[in-house]
Unconditional design. Sequence first.
Length: 148
Amino acid sequence: MLALGAGAQPASTERIYRCGQTYTNLPAGADCQALPVPALTVVPTWPGSLPAKSPASAPMASARVAPQLQAQRDAQAREVLQAEWQRAQQRHAALMQWNQGEPQRQPEELRQPGRYAERVAQLRAAIERSEADLAGLQRELKRLGDRP
């Protein structure tokens, strides 16, 4: 890039050459072709001449919706969250149906205790995720004013 100082003239008389796939101002062979250079126009800008940026967080007037439409959207969101809450509760109940934290050993796990420990760890991780899902859904339902 060229840096122009006060009163400096742009180097518009300098030629640009295309040599194959390369562009340069120093031709390096007979296969270089001179390219036309358009006249440069420099428009000075001053710090006070730019328009002030509007903050991105400022609400736009067109972003508001009618209260009835917003109530419909809230009701739909509530229904979706309640359905998801019920599915999450069913999944959690299915995961909790093991023998007080110790599921029955499967035949291959009797010979390889490492497999049993791995399966128990996976079940416990699934239960923790399920509990986290339930807690998140409960927070969202409380935020909307519903209690699961």
